[in-house]
Design a protein around this ligand. Sequence first.
Ligand code: NAD
Ligand code: UGA
Length: 483
Amino acid sequence: MKDAKTFKVKNICCIGAGYVGGPTMAVIAKYCPDINVFVVDIDKQKISNWNNKDLNKLPVFEPNLDQIIEKCRDKNLFFSHEIEKYISIADIVFISVNTPTKVRGFGAGKASDLKWVEACARQVANFARNHTIVVEKSTLPVRTAEVIQNILEIAQRRTKENNEAPTFDVLSNPEFLSEGTAINDLKNPDRVLIGGNNNKAIKTLSAIYENWVSKDKILETNIWSSELAKLTSNAFLAQRISSINSISAICESTGADVREVSRAIGKDTRIGSKFLDSGPGFGGSCFKKDILNLVYIAKFYGLNEVADFWESVVNINTWHQSRISQLVIKNLFGTLAGKKIVILGFAFKANTNDTRESAAIQICKDLINEGANLIINDPKVSSNQITHDLEMEQLNTKLEENSFYNNNGLGSWSFSKNIDIEIFEDAYAVLVLTEWPQYSMINWKKIAKKMIQPGWIFDSRSILDSEEVKNAELNLWRVGDGS
Ligand code: NAD
Ligand code: UGA
């Protein structure tokens, strides 16, 4: 009976082997051993890294992802750059490509750049055979499905002349995983959202998820609600972070403690306790771009007050990051020229190697512009990635040779793979920017002896034992701690 109501699915193709495509398809392959899952990408290097025998070289670091890759790769999970080939045999094509903010033209700085999505739709239009369900996995502006549908229809009209027209259904199935917990989020999602018009196509996709997700967690909506729900979900989450970060500034001025405030308000079941941790400002590839996209849509429909409301969430985040940079400068007597500062953490959160929109990028740039010489450590981010993000090569010569006299006042940075005591030698300050657990185990008494006094520790993640830091006779600033 079930088969009669669903399309048969033997092969899945996912276009885009990034942070979403890779882990999501790995989990589908794990729970659907009878389906072949092909993950394709134009980036040949990335595909080769996904196929690397050394699982430490996978392009995405996610806890427990390597185990699934080891189990399924080359059995029913394949990574390839042969995009046309796998589109042509796919019963379902997931579009999981990047949708960053447009950098030029109309809507620049706010609207999503859909050129990658359009390219995918054209590829599907050109190479699909038979019936294909096209699934929007990328986060997209409301009504993008219409664009995809239009492109696919053109292909249908053209190939009809040859009597071999493929047919298509377009579904929206946004992804809600968080990096760092992606595998767990995919295995135990709060919900799976499927938006579409054709019941048979919706049931087909739903049947895939039903292999491991209970039916009551699979929500079916119309396609526009599904697209908008994804943007709204990210906007609400980011809004909570901007709200609590704005309160952290009030705490610091009034003697309150933001952790206590969070705990107190989080007990209200109407508010809930999650996403109330004040930090250095939200990062990640999506919150900012998705809110700006919402702002763009609101403006497009003439809803200027709505646009202003959501834009303020991003504005507070930017302000909060620069507030932290300014605090460091102020506490180090108004100048960072030639001063060594140790940066602990560069990823936008712990348990990922992703640095996109990480608060650390702007904060480090601010400090370097003030003349500081940074030593940056992150357990998963490479020095090449930091070079790319800071748009600046790391220092090769010894730190002492790079005084502010010979570099027009601009500071420098260099990478340290470890957090051995030597890196703290003659440092004026240490900034904790990512909540990697190893940073909370540092022996501050030993480090204090190496630092220039008065030594400052800036804990933007509230992960350090404040008593230990203070007992080491170091000055401590913790976000939102006015006590
Ligand atoms: P990503 O940049 O990590 O990966 C996208 C991949 O698509 C890249 O490897 C790129 O080479 C490839 N690509 C682009 N155009 C292509 C084409 N025409 N053919 C083949 N490959 C192509 O991006 P991501 O983080 O995986 O995000 C993908 C989408 O998912 C975005 O819309 C994002 O908003 C959304 N999303 C991301 C997350 C997250 O945690 N990163 C979570 C939920 C949703
Ligand atoms: C976020 C959402 O949580 C996912 O549901 C969504 O699928 C994803 O965006 C997306 O669409 O890309 P992600 O960005 O991976 O996931 O990570 P989060 O855990 O949401 O953290 C985002 C940022 O907010 C990080 O910089 C994090 O440190 C910060 N954050 C988070 C806080 O400052 N405080 C908190 O209480 C929670």
